[in-house]
Design a protein around this ligand. Sequence first.
Ligand code: SF4
Length: 424
Amino acid sequence: MNKAPVLIDEEKWTRFREESYYPLLSPATRRFLDELAGSYRLTFQEFRQLTEMARDLFMWGERPLEEVFASLYPDGAPAHKKEWRPRLLNHYQTLKNAAKDYNAVRLKRPKKREKGKIRRLESDKKIFGMCPVASPKTVCCNLKTIDAVENCVFGCSYCTIQTFYHQETVFDAHLSEKLEALSLDPARRYHIGTGQSSDSLVWGNKHGNLDALMRFARSHPNVLLEFKTKSDNIRYFLEHDIPPNIVCSWSLNPQVIIENEEHFTAGLEQRLSAARRVADRGIRVAFHFHPIIYYNTWQEDYTRLAQRVLEMFTPEEVLFISFGSVTFIKPVLKQIRRSSLETKITQMELVKDPHGKLTYPDVIKIEKFSTMYRAFEPWHDEVFFYLCMEKAELWERSLGFVFESNDAFEQAMLDHCFARLPKK
Ligand code: SF4
């Protein structure tokens, strides 16, 4: 850069820099951005965009912004910003939209899980509700939820739970009484999940949580109670008598995704073998391929994973299989950029979904969901398949069918699952 720095309102810039990702960047990148800002009279908007790009490149394990710039202009920077900005943006966008390669760059993994405080809290907070992301704009199963624990100890880079609950993990001190007081219609059937506000199994039976939930399931045979997990903490299920209306579900991803994006969770083999041992006890299992991540070898890896599931389980043991994608709300994207985590999860083309959240473009989703659905072809008539949080058009174009309403989806799922529960 050979232009003389332009005088700018220092106070304003200082404030603006503090509000952007600038303080999180390396000293070399900060110096480079200061020079650019001074030499080319960058607007605040342009400056912020560059700090965002620089932060993303760092998180993705790519070369820093100043090196990218130098490689684009080895003989010296152009005289005007309108010459280099589009080229730099284009370089960034191409990298962002390309299928990521986890083997090309080794991302730094966090060493220690940040557990934060774990508390048992007396509160009159309601524990029963609807799936927080269910919506009439997408085809949804109307899942109900019980929030027995709030927050998760795992470190999945795409997770929204930490955004809701911050650092603290809270156990409801009155879980048992609240479960007993729930008034459910005995003439209706319910699918209730406990994994929406935390991982359902990672805590084991801490504070008698699982005891309380099993009592609840036993006294409500019209409830299908789902424990959704990325752990292999199944001891309770091996050592106790488990009511028939329980399903343990595992969220599955290829090992390369687990290693790079699902920190501190059980490995793929541990999850599969935990599911196998639970199924061996006659407890029904289910699998969620959610989020399916788009990267250079996704097709082979996910197809192989589906094959493993087909080989390890019989369709009678598996109640349902869901497919889903990554979805970000703006605060989560901000939190990911602000965290010190290296992750490629945001290295993707982001478009708005029906709720205004950011997600993969339809064409990529259709490719992912239809590949997975095809991989499970031998089970199509025996296991219940669905898309989580997706619009009708994507169902039709990926699975070849769609339910006419969320209620119809819910009823079909309940009919399917209750007909396949073990008879005890
Ligand atoms: S489909 Fe997914 S998002 Fe919709 S209600 Fe069911 S679990 Fe929740």
